[in-house]
Design a protein. Structure first.
Length: 411
């Protein structure tokens, strides 16, 4: 089936500009779009009705101080009192013979100011149309159709450096970022930047389902084992301490979509977990934040509703989160975007840079994908909404503060 479609596919791709970079529009306007609502939405019950009320700041001041005094990043020497500039490093790990890229964001205070001013200000990103075609339609497409991009960071205070210039922090709280199906290590780069500015080390490995096709997932390891998410994550955690010399003060993990399965399967009950647009919240350990939307057309919210209702998750009011008027967040909490007209879609939770690259490169293929019944994973919705920046402005501060409150030092 690949051969008859190749000329048409090449023509469609030629309609998108052949440039190696993508700019980040900062438009604050959002397009109104039709809501994706499951026919079973009425069974959500209390899941769609906020149950957690934020209390007055003055009456909770003493309680906040007591509750956060032993949390990483919060307290007398809190990084939030002085947000730091951020360094990004394109690292890699050797997974039994396979070279796996890892994005790393950390505070800039491990480098001299003179070195910081010399860093680049972009991420090297690739979209592999051959990988996407194979995963979604079973096509065998040539790799020359793939495209390289230079993505601008979401923050102006980010510099990118090669691995050999300076080092990672010797001791800090560590958060893993797990992308979803046909995602990339830059999907949650806006979160990685924000976490690093608050004193965290954020690490985003390229999992086998990445659209970047940076390594051959069918090759297998030298031991003949297939490479999967678990072996990538386990190897990364070993490299963190043994090869890079980092002593983690605490562990957290954030996943989007398929990455929420990685969230649930990584670490022990001491880890702090965040699930974005996933099928279910994690029930491992006491600390989990779940964020979803009724406009998610790829992973319907109804799948998570029962688990949230039956496992003592407390609802956060969207307006309170938007105004950042919270103090102590519940250990098990969830935020559901409920406005049918402008709630985020499945990929609105991702950084603006990789999303805009997809829009620029893949938009010409949408008519073909629709005609062939290929899953769009809400890409068509995002092409209209372009609300990654607006969604991040709500979700990122919540996730960062949740990590700061709930990640406890390793004893």
């Amino acid at each position: 089936m690949a051969l008859p479609i190749l000329p048409f596919l090449a023509f469609l791709l030629s309609l998108s500009p052949a440039k190696p970079s993508v700019s980040l529009p900062s438009s604050s306007s959002q397009h109104t779009r039709a809501a994706f609502i499951s026919s079973g939405i009425t069974c959500f019950g209390p899941i769609l009705k906020p149950a957690f009320a934020f209390e007055d700041a003055h009456s909770r001041q003493a309680a906040v101080a007591a509750a956060t005094s032993t949390s990483v990043g919060v307290g007398k020497d809190s990084p939030s009192q002085s947000a730091k500039a951020v360094i990004y490093r394109p690292l890699s790990i050797d997974v039994d013979g396979i070279h796996v890229p890892v994005g790393a964001w950390h505070p800039s205070d491990v480098l001299d100011d003179e070195i910081i001013t010399e860093g680049n200000t972009y991420y090297e990103h690739r979209i592999s149309i051959s990988k996407i075609g194979k995963f979604l339609a079973g096509w065998s497409l040539p790799s020359f159709l793939d495209r390289d991009f230079r993505l601008r960071p979401s923050s102006i205070d980010v510099k990118t450096f090669p691995p050999n210039e300076g080092g990672l922090p010797s001791s800090c709280p560590v958060v893993l970022l797990a992308h979803g199906f046909l995602g990339s290590r830059f999907d949650l780069s806006h979160l990685g930047e924000s976490l690093a500015s608050e004193g965290f080390l954020a690490l985003a490995p390229e999992y086998p389902e990445s659209l970047a096709a940076t390594y051959d997932v069918e090759q297998g390891t030298t031991a003949g084992m297939p490479i999967d998410r678990r072996i990538v994550t386990d190897t990364l955690l070993k490299f963190l301490t043994a090869e890079w010399g980092v002593r983690p003060e605490a562990y957290g993990i954030v996943g989007h979509s398929l990455g929420c399965g990685t969230v649930d399967g990584t670490g022990d009950e001491t880890w702090t977990r965040v699930c974005l647009a996933g099928g279910y919240p994690s029930l491992r350990g006491p600390n989990c934040l779940f964020v979803g939307s009724i406009n998610d057309g790829a992973v319907p919210l109804i799948r998570a509703a029962r688990a949230l209702r039956e496992n003592d998750f407390e609802s956060l009011e969207e307006q309170a989160v938007r105004s950042r008027s919270w103090n102590i967040l519940p250990s098990r909490a969830y935020l559901i975007f409920r406005n049918q007209l402008n709630a985020p879609n499945h990929i609105s939770f991702l950084a603006e840079g990789p999303n805009d690259a997809m829009v620029e490169f893949l938009s010409p293929l949408l008519p073909l994908a629709r005609a062939l019944g290929i899953p769009l994973l809400d890409f068509d919705k995002y092409q209209l909404s372009r609300d990654g920046k607006a969604t991040g402005e709500v979700v990122i501060p919540l996730v960062v503060d949740y990590m700061k409150q709930k990640m406890k030092p390793i004893t």
